[in-house]
Design a protein around this ligand. Structure first.
Ligand SMILES: [Zn+2]
Ligand SMILES: [Zn+2]
Length: 369
């Protein structure tokens, strides 16, 4: 007898899918605040893991999405439930799941699936999936229709191949931001082989920058933080920077011409990248992980004169995200966080816009009842 599952159209299989209600927080338009929202999660399929979410980090992308600020390349479908820095405990498993058992700690980052067939997916670089990964929120949901709902909720169901294991020796709430801010900075540091004996710069000390400093330090590099705010000096040193340079101080910048092996630029506002390119040694690389809304002018000579490279990098693949979490467990690296109840999320967004957070808000999901 033919397997009946094979003859269902995608619409029929969506309609037949078992689902359960769960509570979350959603924005209903680009101008409305987040508020309680009842959403549905699919019942775990054979390879699915159901996670009770303990904590979810607050990423700037969440804010861009709920305010529909990326309308031109990723328009927001409302209601929108953001959140892609998710940690919690496994509460239910599909029959074929081998990686997890009930009660295990588990984490979900920016992706919940991908095509699994393209060259990038085959290489474990699902973050660069060619048709595009299924993101944790605001991506078409192949199981339930509509769009995916993120981690500002009590529970999530994800295929085990996109669920990460969490080291048990770290403070769980402070692990959450590793799933986006952590991997976004870890991946380029690894790809460009940053390590001992190298002079590494991190531009900007926000959610991404503070992870960049901690991770570059853990890799054994000599770390310099570039910032426009002199009042960030002490904090940068506490986080692991060996030196701090105030980027507006031209004389200070000039002292470091042609001296850096690698610079990680985390700034998401318009700024002069040529000033930093000039600080790279011959064959040095500068990598952008922030995304300013308008194009950044590049002076070709800054690249040509010392065979320098300018590149970009976006989150990381699933295998590398697991490697990052294991590395953070081993080196006891977590984010510096401010824990908030979900009822404070709208206020947290306003503070995020003023960079008034050290260095990542994390939502305590126990507050969502
Ligand atoms: Zn993020
Ligand atoms: Zn793919």
């Amino acid at each position: 007898m033919a397997n009946t599952v094979d003859v269902l159209t995608p619409e029929q299989s969506v309609a037949m899918r078992g689902r359960t209600k769960t509570l979350g927080y959603a924005a209903h338009s680009a101008t409305s605040p987040l508020q309680p929202f009842s959403l549905e999660r699919r019942d775990p399929g054979l390879h699915d893991v159901q996670i009770e979410i303990a904590y979810c980090g607050v990423c700037h992308s969440d804010l861009h999405t709920v305010r529909n600020e990326w309308e031109n390349f990723m328009p927001t479908v409302f209601p929108a439930v953001p959140g892609h820095e998710i940690v919690g405990r496994v509460s239910k498993l599909g029959k074929e799941v081998r990686k997890f058992k009930e009660g295990d700690l588990a984490a979900v980052g920016c992706m919940v699936d991908s095509c699994r067939k393209c060259e990038s997916c085959k290489a474990g670089l699902e973050n660069y999936c060619e048709p595009g990964a299924t993101y944790t929120y605001n991506s078409p949901d192949p199981h339930l229709g509509g769009v995916t709902y993120g981690g500002y909720s009590q529970r999530i169901v994800v295929d085990e191949n996109y669920v990460l294991k969490v080291p048990t020796n770290l403070e769980l709430a402070a692990v959450a931001p590793l799933l986006c801010a952590g991997i976004t900075t870890y991946s380029p540091l690894r790809h460009w082989r940053v390590g001992k004996g190298q002079k590494v710069g991190v531009v900007g000390l926000g959610g991404l920058g503070h992870m960049g400093v901690k991770l570059a330090h853990a890799f054994g590099a000599e770390v310099t933080l570039f910032t426009t705010s002199p009042n960030k000096k002490d904090d940068a040193r506490r986080l692991g920077a060996h030196h701090v340079i105030i980027s507006k101080d031209q004389a200070e910048m000039e002292k470091h011409l042609r001296s850096f092996d690698f610079i990680l630029d985390t700034v998401s506002a318009q700024h002069d990248i040529n000033a930093y390119l000039m600080l790279l040694k011959r064959d040095g690389a500068m990598v952008l992980v922030g995304a300013p809304p308008t194009p950044l002018p590049v002076a070709s000579f800054a690249l040509i004169m010392a065979r320098r490279s300018l590149a970009g990098s976006g989150i990381g693949g699933i295998p590398e995200t697991q490697e990052m979490l294991d590395f953070c467990g081993e080196h006891r690296v977590t984010a510096d966080i401010e824990l908030i109840p979900i009822q404070k999320i709208n206020e947290a967004y306003e503070r995020l816009l003023r960079s008034d957070v050290k260095y990542r808000f994390v939502i305590d999901m126990a507050s969502l009842k």
